[in-house]
Design a protein around this ligand. Structure first.
Ligand code: SAM
Length: 461
């Protein structure tokens, strides 16, 4: 990679934990850290996913693992099945931060404000009580589409993907119990992985990012319930984006800093802001097995207000249509079914309750799991249903070889022997990849065109 900007290393002198020599060295080293987090509702055994690799747990998570080398995820059908999410290890510390600051034993309403591509959202979903509601928001439209795809792969029915500006959340005053702001930043923490970011880095951009972070926080904070928790993070080492933001939050919003407990063997560095002595946590790649990261937690002052009254109910699916959908779903009475533009949507019951309000105030890209299109006589199942964790376990399915699975994921023609006619789930190692319809003389591949594998090449798993 290009040399680290001198203005960056100079600006970090004297900061807690900054060791110039080893910091420069680790950026020059070819060593790369690869880590993934399992979707434990789909798979719990890491050795079944990467039997050919050595794996070791990421210490601050329950389902994160380091891999001994980087496989080609594109050519791993289990990646497309949403069995795991490829995520940088330091940022998985959000799980520990949530555990230490939030009661995960009760359902809450959470917002992931800057959510694309979805690493933190999938983590938050897995960490919270399953009856929680998670709004995963991304302001940039194209990135919101990518976020929606990754949430589809993850498969949970309690997530809403929105495409809103942070200020739009002011229409939901005091609504959320937890707000995660993984802010857009100057990106110095990712220099090792992304050499281009080195070229783009400048002091001026750090200042611009800091101002933007303040704007985002100021815009969104009214949507946090008094007493609610804000978790702020960046992948920047710059004080202007980290410690100074902590001071700014304390100064302007009276936000109460919540310290976290660290284990010494994690080698995460505690840092305090200059004015308010708020504590945040720095991750340096020469000390932790992961990339550069910063995280801090704050409680919003005040006592919680009663949640807003929701007047309108959601339009639940008429009984006849619900009967078409039920056989495709796990027998879970707590799921709600909703009709939207001729499609059937599956939502957890607590999310269904919130939908009318969210729909009124936000631009929803995706809510819960789309079960499929309703025709007078049948449900045409959707890809979201295939990848969801609420799909029935007894539907017709076909186990594919690696070669067949890759053909399927490229949306190529398939020849399948002994397949039952009609809708079949295409599976790999027992995990759903999507749908195919078996006709008397051919197989229709229903893998979504926009999600198909385009890259040429062979698996190097
Ligand atoms: N949380 C994501 C994850 O873990 O996968 C990564 C988020 S990335 C650090 C920051 C996100 O903020 C980007 O997706 C970016 O598009 C979005 N963003 C950029 N400008 C923004 C703004 N003014 N307000 C809110 N979000 C913004």
């Amino acid at each position: 990679m290009s040399a680290l900007p001198r203005a960056l290393t100079d600006s970090l002198q004297g900061l807690p934990g900054f060791r110039e020599e080893s910091f420069i060295q680790v950026h020059q080293s070819p060593e790369r850290v690869t880590s993934i987090r399992l979707q434990t509702q789909k798979i719990t055994d890491i050795s079944a996913v990467f039997p050919q690799l050595e794996t070791s747990p990421v210490p601050w998570t329950r389902s994160g693992y380091y891999l001994s080398s980087r496989p080609s995820f594109t050519f791993d059908p289990l990646f497309h099945a949403g069995a795991y999410y490829v995520q940088e290890a330091s940022s998985m510390f959000l799980e520990e931060a949530i555990r230490q600051t939030t009661d995960t034993g009760v359902p809450i309403k959470a917002l992931d404000l800057c959510a694309a591509p979805g690493g933190k959202s999938t983590l938050i979903q897995g960490a919270l009580h399953p009856d929680s509601v998670l709004v995963a928001n991304e302001v940039i439209k194209t990135r919101a589409a990518l976020l929606a795809d990754n949430i589809t792969r993850w498969g949970a029915a309690n997530v809403v993907v929105t495409n809103n500006d942070p200020r739009d959340f002011q229409r939901l005053p005091g609504y959320f119990d937890l707000m995660v702001v993984d802010a857009p930043c100057s990106g110095s923490g990712l220099f090792r992985r992304d050499p281009e970011a080195v070229e783009e880095w400048s002091r001026d951009n750090v200042i611009l990012c800091s101002q933007r972070q303040q704007r985002i926080l100021a815009d969104a904070l009214p949507a946090l319930q008094p007493g609610g928790m804000l978790i702020y993070s960046t992948c920047s080492y710059s004080v202007e984006e980290d410690e100074q933001i902590m001071d700014w939050l304390a100064e302007n919003f009276g936000m109460e800093n919540i310290p976290l407990q660290l284990r010494p063997e994690w080698h995460i560095v505690e840092t305090a802001s200059a004015q308010h002595k708020a504590l945040g946590y720095r991750f340096y790649p020469d000390q932790v097995k992961g990339e550069g990261f910063f995280i801090a937690c704050f409680r919003k002052p005040g006592t919680p207000a009663a949640p807003p009254k929701i007047k309108a109910g959601f339009s639940s699916l008429p009984r006849k249509e619900a009967e078409l959908v039920q056989p495709w779903l796990q027998d879970a009475p707590e799921m709600a079914l909703m009709a939207h533009n001729g499609e059937a949507i599956v939502l957890t019951a607590p999310l269904a309750k919130e939908i009318p309000l969210l729909q009124k105030q936000l631009y929803i890209r995706k809510a819960g799991v789309k079960a499929g299109q309703l025709t007078p006589r049948e449900l045409v199942p959707d890809h979201q249903l295939a990848l969801s964790t609420c799909i029935a376990g007894n539907l017709p399915s076909l186990e594919l070889s690696l070669d067949q699975a890759l053909r399927y994921l490229r949306k190529e023609e398939l020849v399948l022997e002994n397949a039952a006619k009609g809708w079949n789930l295409m599976r790999f190692k027992g995990r759903n990849l999507g749908w195919a319809k078996i006709l008397p003389n051919r197989v229709n591949n229903y893998y979504p065109k926009e999600m198909r594998i385009l890259k040429a090449g062979l698996p190097d798993l």
